[in-house]
Design a binder for this molecule. Structure first.
Ligand SMILES: Nc1ncnc2c1ncn2[C@@H]1O[C@H](COP(=O)(O)OP(=O)(O)OP(=O)(O)O)[C@@H](O)[C@H]1O
Length: 242
């Protein structure tokens, strides 16, 4: 379970994220939807320990991990799939997997799942076919799979997905969506940030609309699937979306 209370963060003394409260129970997807610049990446980076919050708390399965640096957040069980994938151009798939593999500490039985490179390749067989290829030679979809593989190899409790389908063809978007559902069913708490209400509505137990760093709407995925009018209004979209 990931719990954020009053989370506040920004850059150079300015505030971008204004006191966000949000919780993601294990085994569920919480989608944060908002336009470019709404603060989605700031949120993800703050939770992942890549930026410091100026107020508020981050709790992981009840434990306060606020203000821990990124490597400790990763150790504590936060897996980040960053926007833009961030794979190393010169390293092969196999090298990425080897370098990213961080088994849980001995005796830590609290992870929803333990991921080894072999298990990751079972989930993402395309990476196995491309294991000798360098990051630069992979397609966008393959790079996205590799970014996901890297996060899983820390056997996380929480998965932070920052616009995981950005720039991908519809068939790959569907594959990523299906993977998100599979991973949540494994017991991971998934925080998915997306500019696309369609993707969020399809998968999420709960949705939050973020506008200029503030929550402007929260609703259940079930309600949004039945009637997305309120969601679209919060995003200032027409009922047909755009
Ligand atoms: N490194 C930075 N230094 C200063 N301001 C920043 C920095 N990164 C982001 N911002 C500002 O913070 C605000 C929120 O940006 P953020 O990247 O979190 O939004 P986002 O919702 O993820 O948008 P996008 O979909 O474009 O990634 C924007 O006004 C942006 O200009």
């Amino acid at each position: 379970m990931l719990e954020l209370t009053g989370l506040t963060a920004g850059y150079h003394g300015g505030t971008v994220l204004h006191g966000l409260d949000l919780s993601v129970p294990a085994g569920t997807v919480h989608a944060v939807v908002g336009h470019n610049g709404a603060g989605k990446t700031t949120l993800v980076h703050t939770v992942a320990g890549l930026m410091r919050s100026s107020a508020g708390t981050v709790r992981l399965d009840g434990r306060d991990v606020t203000g821990q640096p990124a490597h400790r957040m990763a150790r504590a069980g936060i897996g980040l799939v960053p926007q833009g994938r961030r794979v190393f151009a010169g390293l092969t798939v196999e090298e990425h997997l080897r370098l990213s593999y961080r088994p849980p500490r001995r005796g830590d039985t609290t992870r929803p799942s333990v991921w080894t490179p072999a298990r990751v390749l079972e989930l993402l067989p395309r990476l196995g076919e491309r294991r000798g290829n360098r990051g630069a030679d992979l397609s966008g979809g393959e790079q996205q799979m590799l970014a996901l593989a890297r996060a899983l190899l820390g056997s996380p409790r929480v998965l932070l997905l920052d616009e995981p389908t950005e720039g991908l063809a519809p068939v790959l978007v569907r594959q990523i969506d299906a993977l998100v559902t599979t991973l949540a069913a494994e017991g991971l708490a998934v925080l998915l940030v997306s500019p696309s209400p369609a993707q969020a509505v399809a998968r999420a137990r709960t949705l939050t609309v973020l506008t200029s760093g503030r929550m402007t709407l929260r609703l259940s995925g079930e309600d949004a699937r039945a009637d997305a009018t309120e969601l679209h209004a919060a995003l200032e979209l027409t009922a047909t979306g755009s």
